[in-house]
Design a protein around this ligand. Sequence first.
Ligand code: SAH
Length: 357
Amino acid sequence: MPPTHFADLSAEERIDAVTKLGLPKFRAQQIARHYYTRFEADPLSMTDLPESARGKVKDALFPELMAPIREISCDDGQTQKTLWKLHDGTLLESVLMRYPDRATLCISSQVWCAMKCLFCVTGKLGFKRDLTWEEMISQILFANTYIKKRFWKKEDGTNYAIRNVVFMGMGEPLLNYENIRKSLEIMLAQDRLSLGRRHITISTCGIIPWIEKLIEDKVDVKLAISLHAPNQELRNQIMPIAKAYPLEELMKTIDRYVKATDNRIFYEYIMIHGVTDKPELAHQLVKLLKGRLAHLNLIPYNENPAIDLKESKKADIQKFKQILEEGGITVTVRDSMGREAKGACGQLGYEKVKDQN
Ligand code: SAH
């Protein structure tokens, strides 16, 4: 268990904590304002606290849960990858993507992953442990502080802060359900990160019982499904988890989710040369998604020397897309930010993490 952090505390607990340090109650709200509104996570920089209190607050309430050890910038600084060292020494990554009108953070939910998808380098590392919700929130707070320090502005001159969070870094979020739930609470709470429901995306390879739990708990954020194949046979080949949670049942569960939430599902489909990009697969996809509340995102495969697979040719992606469009499916091709710095989709930090193994 990581040590208790300020982020763990409710409003009342914050008051208890500062009182224990011999500070007046109002300091609790003052620190919370720094932390959640101004993205200041270092008490030593909270200059409206008495100097004598800053160190005490830091030691008692702001233990370092994770430290950034490497930063890689690409796409002319639009994409920023952070490699983290956690309090127990393990490594993991998050990716900040700046667009003209918004900033999106791709965060990790587990230390590596147990799913072993054929195309994914994180799968090659195996599973180490779940991230705590504090560690997930820390990734966002750090990104906000990072943006603030650089005075990054949007095109209209206003300041950036993370407004969109996607659970598309390392790990399978639904297998770390309780921590995800808690992290969502913090992201959505108005006196905490105050993000919009439609601005948070959970991405899953399709763990049926936990999708059921999302329905039961009425978790109302965006849901992305890593589909990657339109039939059971191909899905079995590239995503071993498909054997445990067959496509037909998965689609039925998703239908129940859509009925319960009225939320459109974002399907991710990876374009791997000669594997997932054949025209007949596009026709099968049309059959599968037709009539369903769906948005399909084609993701050009992000190559990695550790895996012998290639990205689809541009012309094949276009042809694939056209078949889907003609079939009436809403489809986009993801512009893969972060490619040149191995920025996207579990590609980050792999070399370094692998050395640690
Ligand atoms: N476990 C979750 C989230 C992890 S990764 C899930 O499966 O959805 C986020 C997305 O990146 C998933 O759709 C995953 O399949 C995809 N991905 C993994 N490796 C990739 C690669 N090399 N190129 C493109 N997409 C990749």
